[in-house]
Design a protein around this ligand. Structure first.
Ligand code: 6PG
Length: 240
């Protein structure tokens, strides 16, 4: 388990640094295994990255036709709802690319538990996993909330303690409350996790994540420590 890396890339440089990393990781995975698996997050911070990757200059740099696009979490809304993580990624990025393998979480399904189970089944099928297997993503893009949540793993919620399921339901203190999320065991099986962080309101949570003696219980984002992988924190301003 390597120590988290923290990098500061002011303003638009953060999206460019993330884009370079994403393209490098995707190219390497496709070269080695013929495919790459990338999981996206929602929220506002990844949008600059999505817009950049959709530009003519960047479109052809990544082997999108060989990439499987997944989500780290989703809000339980329809894909065309303004709060949909899929909807944002589709309009800003995927609709501009030759992607062929898009695996969205079905936030519109009435029973979130059923949606979580069907996404888990899709993961097990595409990654060709046995009953106890866990998918190893080449890259998972995450964010952090001011409360230290990541994906839709919120402090003090049952989703944070889930250790068997690959996907579970989450509950957010802000609307849309009902969520779907990858679980910690899946996040901690990734080859690479990149946190994209913007906004000074994340300062106190970041201070806790990087504290020598973090408060107990640790914040959800602090629990993302891949056992055979790397975590990088890309910030657009120095931490407090
Ligand atoms: C979501 C996200 C969530 C997000 C953080 C940070 O669906 O909301 O996946 O975990 O990454 O809330 O959001 P911002 O980037 O908007 O600060």
């Amino acid at each position: 388990m390597s120590a988290p890396l923290l990098e500061v890339h002011p303003g638009p440089e953060m999206a460019a640094a993330a884009a370079r990393s994403l393209v490098g990781i995707m190219l390497r995975a496709v070269r080695l295994r013929g495919t790459a698996h990338l999981a996206l997050s929602g929220g506002s911070t990844p949008r600059a990255l999505f817009r950049l990757l959709a530009t003519e200059e960047w479109q052809a740099r990544a082997p999108w036709a060989h990439c499987h696009i997944w989500w780290a979490d989703e809000r339980c809304v329809a894909p065309d709802h303004h709060e949909s993580n899929y909807g944002a990624a589709y309009s800003l990025l995927l609709s501009h690319l030759p992607v062929q393998h898009v695996h969205r979480m079905r936030g519109e399904v009435e029973d979130p538990g059923a949606a979580a189970r069907s996404y888990e089944a899709e993961l097990r099928h595409v990654f060709n996993l046995g009953p106890m297997g866990r998918p190893r993503f080449d890259l998972i893009l995450l964010g952090i909330g001011a409360d230290g949540h990541t994906a839709s793993l919120f402090p003090g919620t049952p989703a944070l303690d889930e250790r068997r399921a690959l996907v579970t339901t989450g509950w957010a203190p802000v609307a849309p409350h009902r969520r779907l999320t990858l679980t910690l065991p899946v996040l901690n099986r990734a080859a690479e996790v990149i946190f994209l962080v913007s906004g000074t309101d994340k300062g106190p949570a970041l201070a806790q994540v990087f504290a020598t003696h973090p408060a107990h219980p640790p914040l959800p984002a602090a629990l993302v420590r891949p056992t055979r992988g790397r975590v990088r924190w890309l910030l657009d301003a120095p931490p407090p």
